[in-house]
Every structure is written in C-alpha cells, then in structure tokens.
Design a binder for this molecule. Structure first.
Ligand code: GLN
Length: 190
C-alpha cells in the first residue's frame, strides 16, 4: 500500500528550518512546496509551520500579507503541523488560529535545549523530541486538547486536523508526525 500524494504539502519558508521539513516530506513520498507568498498557498493539501524565530517569522508574515490567507487555510480545514516557533504562530497573540497562549522560551534559553522521549496521545510509542528554546502552552482554551506534557507542562495540542508541538521532530529522525500530516492530505491507494 502506497501513499499517493494528492496535493502538495506547503512548508512556510520565510525563516527557520523549513528545509529539514521539506526534505523529510519528500523522503516520505510527499510533494513539498515552499510557501513564501499567498499565491503559494493555493492548492496545498496540508501545511507545516516550522521552528525558527517566531518574531522574525511574524514580521515576514506581515510583510508578505500572509496572515489572513494562513488563517483562512486553517479555517477551511487544511491540516497543519506546527513545530516550536510554529506553535507560537498559532496562538492568540499571533495568528489566533488556536485558542491558547504559548509561553516563549519557557524551558529557559539556549542552555535549556534538551532531548526527550515524549508520549503523544494517539501516536503510540514515545517520540524522540528535540527541544530548542522551546515554548510550552501556558493557557489552553476550551475545545483544545492537550496530547502531551513534559515536566507537567503542555507541549502538544490537537484541534481536529491541526497538531502543534513545542519540539522539533524533524531534527530527531522522527517521522510519525510528518507521516500523519501527509496522510491527512493524501488519498490512500491500495
Ligand atoms: N524560541 C523561539 C521563538 O520564540 C522558538 C524556538 C524554536 O523554534 N526552536 O520564536
């Protein structure tokens, strides 16, 4: 059984480690498309918001007029995988796609970068996760589901086809979250 990509997976490519996500999607048989302008969002079947620096990415989103198109993509049901700074972009104070507040650099700054095996509800065996100046979710609105915690702090949330995690799966050889995303956008051929 092969996964047949139906539509490209967009990867927001304004700043951050978008290239690692793009490579991983392609390794998994998906088609990746770098997203820098609203036109790049047309026809995508899923979207990755990568890690990086959320302030820089926010400036780029404003400069390119991407805020409203990104909100509309989320509202229309485009599956999203947001990692680290990507999680911050989805919160109330940024794109306000998810009713939550992300606390930036919550585990501390560079010195608090660490790796851990984390259990995410619905993803089976623990995932190997790299946390780099990672946020956590300090407030979670009604209807949002926490699916993973580290040291008692929410580091993964799910809202239907939107999955936001505070860590970098793409830097740890972890492929399950990207497989999940591609499957959300993909017709399964038997
Ligand atoms: N600390 C960064 C920020 O606040 C996020 C770090 C990351 O994406 N690895 O934007």
């Amino acid at each position: 059984m092969n996964l047949v990509p139906r539509t490209p997976v967009g990867v927001l490519a304004l700043q951050g480690d978008f290239a690692a996500h793009r490579c991983l999607i392609e390794q998994l048989g998906g088609e990746a498309r770098e997203v820098r302008t609203p036109e790049d969002l047309v026809g995508i079947g899923a979207l990755v918001l990568p890690g990086g620096e959320s302030t820089t990415m926010t400036l780029g989103i404003e400069r390119e007029g991407l805020a409203q198109p990104l909100r509309e993509a989320a509202a229309s049901g485009v599956p999203i995988l947001a990692t680290c700074a990507g999680l911050i972009l989805l919160d109330r104070e940024h794109l306000a796609v998810l009713d939550m507040r992300a606390e930036r650099n919550a585990f501390g700054r560079q010195v608090r970068s660490f790796e851990a095996d984390v259990t995410l509800d619905g993803f089976g065996e623990p995932l190997h996760a790299v946390f780099i100046r990672a946020p956590w979710v300090a407030e979670l609105g009604a209807g949002l589901e926490s699916i993973g915690e580290v040291e008692g702090h929410v580091i993964a949330v799910r809202s239907g086809p939107i999955l936001a995690v505070a860590f970098h799966p793409e830097l740890a050889g972890e492929t399950r979250l990207h497989r999940w995303l591609i499957e959300q956008a993909t017709a399964v051929a038997v």
